[in-house]
Design a protein around this ligand. Structure first.
Ligand code: MN
Length: 257
């Protein structure tokens, strides 16, 4: 494999060989956002990431487990001062999680307010069947300039995507999106300057095995085809976008390319 890659949403701590996954990211130069599902996972992820050049840990409280674990928002808030990356957070209004939606909104609001108050956070946000609500809440609770949002595995409508673009959101694209007509259409129209890649491993699989950060190469290649760029051109765009989303300056976060 040659060239740097980006996996902006991967659950490294859910692989049986977490340590190995972390060191592989460094060895293969894959800039990886290691999202977590509970604040209890933060210290371990933080410590592993701190020893690397390419891995950053996200402080998370996953919407799909908020129903049972919402009390852990207190722990999440306690860790926030030491976390620059946040995720996985957001809303899930799919049939299995709909009944906890009000609780999810309460938790997500606290997360957004805390991020706005601290400033400078970068969030990887889940929005299954809840794109409009997620965007409403971002608009209300996280003023632009107080934080940056990357919508992970976005499945909202074209209009919702346009609204997200106006709000300054980035989009981390995975292979599942590129394999579905709706996702493909969406990805072909998003501003070039807002695109990132992700695997969402180990929740995504191919040929019966979970995807790993190195599979971002495949996402990069397919994305290049969709956007009619060479792989190297696409890689440069993505690396520039990564710089944009992680930069501390406010001026660089204005519109996409
Ligand atoms: Mn995920």
């Amino acid at each position: 494999m040659s060239g740097k890659l980006i996996d902006f949403h991967c659950h490294l701590d859910l692989y049986p060989d977490f340590e190995r996954q972390v060191s592989d990211c460094d060895r293969h130069e894959i800039y990886t956002l290691a999202v977590t599902t509970l604040p209890a996972a933060w210290p371990r992820n933080r410590d592993f990431a701190a020893a690397t050049k390419h891995v950053r840990a996200g402080l998370g409280l996953h919407p799909q487990i908020v129903e049972e674990r919402w009390r852990e928002i207190d722990a999440w808030e306690r860790y926030l001062p030491e976390a620059r990356y946040i995720g996985e957070v957001g809303l899930d209004a799919g049939p299995r999680h709909y009944r906890s939606l009000q609780r999810q909104k309460d938790v997500f609001r606290r997360i957004l307010e805390a991020c706005a108050s601290e400033g400078g956070r970068i969030l990887s946000v889940h929005s299954v069947r809840a794109a409009s609500k997620v965007l409403d809440m971002i608009e209300e609770n996280l003023p632009s300039g107080r934080g940056k949002v990357c919508l992970h595995w976005f499945t909202g409508s074209e209009r919702e995507a346009q609204r997200a673009v106006k709000l300054g959101c980035y989009f981390s694209v995975n292979i599942e999106m590129l394999r579905k007509e709706h996702g493909l259409k969406l990805v072909s129209r998003l501003p070039m300057g807002r695109l990132l890649t992700e695997t969402d491993g180990p929740f995504t699989t191919m040929d019966g095995r979970p995807l790993r950060p190195a599979d971002s190469e495949m996402v990069l290649r397919e994305l290049a085809t969709v956007r009619k760029l060479s792989v190297e051109e696409m890689r440069s765009v993505l690396l520039a976008n990564l710089k944009g989303v992680t930069s501390r300056s406010i001026t660089s976060e204005v519109a996409g390319l």
